[in-house]
Design a binder for this molecule. Structure first.
Ligand SMILES: *Cc1c(COP(=O)(O)O)cnc(C)c1O
Length: 453
């Protein structure tokens, strides 16, 4: 898909038109401002007129009559648990989701964290093993590794893409490393070519944390289908949602059967209890909510991608705001979040918190998202000091682990991040996107007011 290219060209054309319009100040780049001069004048934070007033964003989570009907149908059927029927909502959703993602098999779970933990257990990863993942993610990512009593080793980020830096991943491989867990942050692809090459070279499993990345595509494949196994979340905020829910996808029948067994308290499809496993089954009401929204999922995905492309084209040329870097091979993203880096030096040194307040006053709410990386959370000391981990890894490894728990690029990303919850807002209209861009650009153009005040 080349919508980015198209938007870039549209932008260049419109920018050229704008350049010929005498009334437009030369520093104002986007064409939509032509003649309107919407972002000159006083910032709303300082008493000026806000860009956006009295309008709401599309609400999230999404639901309609189909979702309601599906829940009522399940209620009346009396089939509330997946093991009651092979044609219930959970087995049906598993088939539909596998087909949607382009995987052979799917096992639904009660959450994304449960899906990840099930994969770790099913691959035989546990005590004494290490799994390399990102510090910039939901706590569920490392919880899945810790629950198996393996050691989450955090590698640093590429500060422009907010994704795992493959070179740092490779540096942190030890003789105990069994798997890499790349996290497709914001629903955009990790540099998977590089990650898969490292995994092959060192004989490691790859568990994709695609909890934010439904339907995103990289080099002709949907995220979640590139590694050994892929995991998704359907928690309320995600782009396909049922409150709490998750799924594992994969092509290896025996391994996916093992995932089923693990997630079913160690009991296989034939009813024999054969391995260690928690009980992580999705219930039929959750799958009903998911099935009820499936028919519109692709259309909403498309809309978020179009809106994101429009936003990116509008923000191009504003040096203080840099949208997330995408790797070559990225065909589409899920746009769970629309993420940008705030470059203070281009805003005359104005702090991010003040910038966020100024944009908020214009009627657009951006978030700094994750305050600090997981390498800065207290679980690190908990693990290093725990008797169980000391027994498994020994003092020397844990000391080194503590010392190497540094991710300066992640720290920088946490300081620069400004993002839009994309599940809802990016389902809006083009005018909604223009409001977002206008609010940001107005603050940028009038940054001197923030400094002086
Ligand atoms: C949401 C999320 C998870 C955890 O999924 P839950 O369904 O909340 O357990 C894991 N990783 C990432 C990147 C997430 O965004």
């Amino acid at each position: 898909m080349n919508s980015n290219e198209l938007n870039r060209r549209q932008f260049l054309t419109t920018a050229a038109i704008a350049a010929t319009t005498a009334a437009v100040p030369t520093t104002v780049l986007p064409a939509h401002s032509a003649g309107k001069a919407r972002w000159t004048g006083k910032l709303a934070l300082l008493g000026g007129e806000p860009i956006r007033k009295g309008k709401s964003w599309p609400s999230w989570p999404y639901w309609d009559d189909k979702v309601l009907e599906a829940v009522i149908k399940t209620t009346k059927s009396g089939i509330w648990c997946r093991i009651q029927s092979a044609s219930g909502t959970v087995p049906t959703f598993e088939k539909e989701f596998a087909a949607l993602i382009g995987a052979k098999y799917c096992v639904a779970t009660g959450s994304g964290t449960q899906a990840l933990h099930t994969c770790v257990e099913a691959l035989g990863i546990g005590a004494g093993d290490e799994v390399i993942t990102s510090p910039y993610t939901d706590p569920g990512t490392i919880a899945s590794i810790l629950s198996a009593r393996a050691l989450p080793v955090l590698a640093d980020l590429d500060p422009e893409s907010y994704q795992l830096d493959p070179a740092d991943v490779e540096r942190r491989i030890t003789e105990n490393t069994r798997a890499i867990m790349p996290v497709h942050m914001m629903g955009q692809p990790v540099n998977m070519d590089a990650i898969m090459a490292i995994a092959r070279k060192h004989n490691l499993f790859v568990i994709e944390d695609a909890a934010q990345a439904h339907l995103a595509e990289y080099n002709g494949k949907k995220l979640g289908t590139i590694g050994t196994l892929g995991c998704f979340s359907f928690q309320s905020s995600k782009t396909i949602a049922c409150g709490e829910g998750g799924a594992i996808v994969g092509d290896d029948e025996a391994l996916m059967d093992r995932c089923y067994t693990v997630h079913n308290h160690g009991t296989n499809r034939r009813g024999r209890t054969e391995v260690i496993g928690p009980k992580y089954r999705m219930n039929e009401f959750e799958a009903a909510v998911l099935l009820g929204q499936m028919s519109g999922v692709l259309e909403r995905f498309q809309r978020r991608n179009e809106n994101a492309a429009h936003l990116t084209s509008r923000l191009k040329g504003c040096p203080g705001i840099v949208p997330q870097k995408l790797y070559p091979g990225t065909a589409s993203g899920s746009f769970y979040l629309y993420a940008m880096s705030y470059r203070k030096e281009h805003f005359g040194g104005v702090d991010r918190s003040r910038f966020l307040k100024a944009v908020e006053a214009e009627g657009v709410s951006l978030s700094p998202y994750i305050e600090r990386g997981l390498h800065r959370e207290p679980w690190v000391d908990f693990v290093v000091e725990s008797k169980v981990y000391q027994k498994m890894f020994g003092e020397k490894r844990l000391k080194q682990y503590r010392e190497e728990m540094q991710c300066p690029n992640c720290d920088r990303v946490c300081q620069e991040m400004v993002m839009i919850w994309a599940s809802g807002p990016l389902l809006g209209t083009k005018e909604d996107m223009d409001d977002i861009a206008d609010a940001i650009l107005k603050v940028y153009e009038n940054r001197d007011q923030l400094r002086a005040a």
